[in-house]
Design a protein around this ligand. Structure first.
Ligand code: KG4
Ligand code: ZN
Length: 335
């Protein structure tokens, strides 16, 4: 079964063709990073306009790369939410129109369910149930994943997402946008123990997170250390270490509480090499097996959306979309 996935929840226009929920035939991602860079963050109206310009060539590119024509498609899956409404509407409406015109089923996919399914696009894949840390620019949460379409949220951030904290700290340090990659590169040559930034909620609030205190603490450090430019690498490394510490420890505790032998880390921040290294060593220490998608599947992409769509469309009660379906901006209670 060949499914076209479409993702336009934020600032990436992405399309992919996936066979039987696992095999990637194509995956095209057009990033708008350069467009939003001067503003230091994503401008929703500009994002929507860029998606309008990119959606046709990106879908055509994914079809070309997969080497099939529209008649070869069995279904379409597009991100329905959460995300920027104007951005979501472009991809979701496009999918509806395409499904209607081709007379094939299509379905709306929750972006977070897409990220959770990204671990199944690489080999080996985890067994259910597993405990997953979803850590991105918009979300930070821990799930007990019971099937491709059933994930129980055990805790989530009460304020900023971890990726958002990386982006904001990078902005404070004048390192540009998005901040994750650049902070992580600078941290490679920095001392992670130089500044003891706070780790929030380590002894309470179970699996909830908070990153706004950490962000404020970095700001205070910058404001009170006139010479901070002389050790930006140490600030980046110390900030990153505080984030990674909380993320890794909470993931391990949740996995042990859930009695899961398999753990996963997904989302844009899962590309962070220090986080990858730390969860790997912690997982080994606890006798757990770790699954992290390749870096190309950590950030927003449409392959994960098509993979999730496969399971939504082929499960016990297939969930086919209809023309009245609408997008949503906030996290669904289910996820
Ligand atoms: O999953 P994603 O592409 O979009 C959302 O669903 O939010 O994640 C984007 C986030 C951004 O905040 C970006 O700074 C962060 O992932 N990110 C990283 C790294 N690469 C991307 N954060 C830390 N280290 C990285 N290497
Ligand atoms: Zn995402």
């Amino acid at each position: 079964m060949k499914i076209l996935g479409i993702e336009t929840s934020c600032d990436e226009t992405a399309a992919a063709v996936i066979e039987d929920g696992r095999r990637i035939l194509s995956s095209v991602v057009a990033s708008q990073v350069d467009v939003h860079h001067p503003y230091g963050g994503v401008v929703p109206e500009i994002a929507a306009r860029c998606h309008m310009e990119s959606i046709v060539p990106v879908v055509a590119g994914a079809m070309d790369e997969a080497g099939i024509d529209f008649a070869g498609l069995d279904a379409i899956g597009a991100t329905r939410g959460p995300g920027l409404v104007g951005a979501l509407l472009v991809g979701f409406s496009f999918a509806k129109a395409m499904g209607f015109a081709l007379n094939i089923p299509w379905t709306g996919i929750d972006h977070l369910e897409g990220h959770l399914n990204s671990v199944f696009l690489a080999e080996p894949a985890p067994d259910f149930p597993f405990t997953a840390l979803l850590v991105s620019g918009g979300h930070t949460a821990i799930y007990l994943v019971r099937s491709h379409v059933d994930a129980l949220c055990m805790g989530r951030t009460r304020d900023d997402a971890a990726g958002e904290a990386f982006d904001k700290v990078a902005k404070m340090l004048d390192l540009g946008y998005p901040g994750g990659g650049v902070i992580s590169r600078m941290a490679e040559t920095g001392d992670p123990d130089r500044i003891k930034f706070p780790r929030a909620f380590m002894d309470r609030s179970a699996y909830d997170f908070s990153f706004s205190g950490l962000k404020t603490s970095v700001k205070r450090y910058i404001d009170t250390h006139g010479d901070f430019q002389s050790h930006v690498n140490d600030i980046a490394a110390s900030f990153q270490e505080a984030c990674v510490d909380v993320l890794a420890q909470k993931l391990m505790s949740a996995a042990l509480e859930n009695r899961c032998a398999h753990v996963a880390v997904v989302g844009g921040v899962a590309a962070n090499s220090r986080l990858r290294q730390r969860v790997l060593s912690d997982a080994r220490k606890h006798g757990l097996k770790l699954f992290i998608p390749p870096v190309s599947l950590c950030g927003d992409n449409a392959a994960m959306i098509a993979a999730a769509a496969f399971h939504r469309l082929t499960g016990d009660c297939p969930q086919v979309g209809n023309l009245a379906d609408d997008v949503y901006s906030r996290v669904e209670r289910r996820l």
